[in-house]
Design a protein around this ligand. Sequence first.
Ligand code: SF4
Ligand code: SF4
Ligand code: SF4
Ligand code: FES
Length: 663
Amino acid sequence: MVQLTINGKQIEVPEGTTVLRAAEMAGIQIPTLCDHKELTPYGGCRLCIVEVQGFRVPIASCTLPVSNGMVVNTETPALKKSRKFILSMLFSERNHFCPFCQVSGGDCELQNAAYREEMTHWPMQPGWNGYPVDSSHPYFVLDNNRCILCRRCVRACAELAGNFTLSVAERGAASIIVADTNVPLGESTCIKCGSCVQVCPTGALIDRTSAYQGRETEITPVKSVCVGCSVGCTVTLRVRDNRIVRIEGDWEGAVNRGVLCEHGRYHPMTESRQRITTPLMKKNGKLEPVSWDEALGAIAEKFKALAGDAHNGAAAIASTRLPVEVLTAFRQLFAEKLGAEMVTSTEEGMTTAAVAALAEKQGPFEGRLEMLKTADTVLCIGANLARSHMVAGFFIKRALPKGMKLINIDPEGDELDDLADVALKNKPGSDLALIEGLKAIIIKENLGRVPMAVPNAEQVIAEAVQATGLSLESISLAARMLAHAISPVILYGKGITAKRDERLVESLYSLATLVGAIDKERMGLLSVKGEANSQAAAQLGLDKPFSLNGQKAVYALIGDDYVSKYLVERLSKAPYLVVQTAYESKLTEVADVVLPVTIWSEQEGHYVSMDGRVQKAEKVIQAPEDVRDNLAVLTEVAMRMNMPVKIDWQKSLHERKASVVIN
Ligand code: SF4
Ligand code: SF4
Ligand code: SF4
Ligand code: FES
């Protein structure tokens, strides 16, 4: 620990702490602009200058490490004068005519800093140069005229998203923020994560949907969970007048630490599907609006009559995007009370069934996503993290420049291939042969961390080469890289789990053990599960493949999810179909009854992330008038069938052994 004095206050902080953070720990605020707690200190704006006894000139506190006996002053008349001068320079450099800027009035850190320093004007002639405004991006606008060159956006793009799209072009006062080689942002390599917009302290990066929709003080922030996928990022929903104005990453988020991907930040803001706002029932071959009473009465009558007929009675399927409370009630009503055999979820266990089968045998064997942050080598197989579960992909991409090695295995190839140290495009269906081949090479070359035998290693290796269509050299390179790693992590996704082949998961498990990804202290094996509550659905046993085999009625609980063409094809064969959903779709077209229900932000409930975190999503807006809550509808259907449901979802989650520790 290091002892120092700031503004006469004696404090003790860990070695390596900057003076700025030490002051914060002691409750002393130093004004900043380029600093951001999730980014590497840059020391560009100089607003955080402090006086240090023995130093000739004031110095930036955000880049200055503490030392024993240091005496620091943060508020002196000279510092105040210097800060005013620095701010005057920043204001005069570009167009900072606040009344015309959408962040003016509380949302601009530059303006707020000026108020703090009691500035009333800036005494310098402003520069009248015009800088380019880039409005080519679908989600935000880059206005270099408001930029203070703090480079937070550049650092966020590199350090948080690992994308390196943004940089600074030109020099000195003419410097501007550009994408790639100064191409329009909308045509750049930007992956639309929005991290740059979230960190920009001024009006230089403007979010399109929330611009001019109200100041921060007029918008209520509500912490919640993203239901875009199973990563489990936490979000801050900015709400005004029963409307979500903007979605931001939660800087305190245990998984994502402020970062989101396009699916989490922007897709919910650009929803274009048509909402259903009244119950519908098929009459004379046409769906017509009816009362809730009529719709629920008809459903209850139909399904109650099918009670006890496990095979030919009812079937039911629910989306894995729904809260665990809803999934638990769903299972209880249809599987336990009604006794239907075909009760499952929309993913049909594609991403969890094989994993759950191994978990049944040996309990939790998968670790947490944090493992990716400390891994020195990652083997990524069958998980296209550049397109889905993107925040997990960011953890890998941002670590690559620091020396992490990546082995990417994907028959179709993906964007991570370009960044990988070894990219293997094996033939489809050859994953098992490849994993066994990797193991055999490691064992044969005596590189394993634990004793493991493979009878006939040469033959296994030859089979791997033949089955995968890859060269022996490339497979060997991957095997050696993984075996030589000190903290390896193996991450696998739908490419592996969708096959429902338990041998694949077992083979990966033994590879992970062989290379030390799993041992007494580490759980460096992770699977990417599909939707926000795929893990919960697996725990509830909702992981059967769905097929109709003479059932007389089907209840499809879709919520606000999308419906695949394949599912519509199968469900359209149902003699009687109830669809509980928020949006019109091909499925509602073939339904006999449609029940209009809440979307993710209109209901509360819990979600279990891919690595076992149980997190709560909040209700932040009121649903349209005749739309009902998903859980309330199920409960009402159950009541009308004289089969009331009583849910204890926490208990239900632990009925079955899980591949991850759930808490
Ligand atoms: S949205 Fe993300 S990827 Fe695109 S420029 Fe900003 S930080 Fe980089
Ligand atoms: S665009 Fe915003 S975050 Fe980027 S350098 Fe300019 S002011 Fe800073
Ligand atoms: S990675 Fe998943 S949980 Fe995170 S923001 Fe994207 S969609 Fe949401
Ligand atoms: S906050 Fe320290 S130099 Fe900008």
